[in-house]
Structures are given as C-alpha cells and as structure tokens.
Design a protein. Sequence first.
Length: 71
Amino acid sequence: MSQQNVFELLSAPYPAELSEAVNTKLAQGWQLFGHPFADSGEFYQAVVGRLPDDKRLRKSTADQTTAQGQQ
C-alpha cells in the first residue's frame, strides 16, 4: 500500500512556541521539511507526514439515498 505525503506549515509568534509545536509533530511521526524561517514577526517550520493511501470506498449518505430512490 502506498503512502501519501501531507505537508503542514507550523507558525508561532515566539521561537519557544514554535519549538513546542514542532516537537509535538515530531512525536507524532512527522519529519522536518526544510529550515525554519521568520517573516513579519512570526516564526515558521514546514513539516511532512505520511498518510496511508486508503483505497477503501465508502458510500456517502447521498449515495445511499440515490440508490434507495432507484430501487
């Protein structure tokens, strides 16, 4: 089963707060993507995570309603 990359840009007004947010993501299995940077008084760090490629299809409520109307 292949996996899909998911990117997120974390931001915080102070480096210590950004560090906390980054450490939380790292503990969840995310990885750093690039270098941290600052702009307009905010600090940023991009992270990347992997989600399993879920091939299972589920019918939505609209699909079930349509199917019942066609019977």
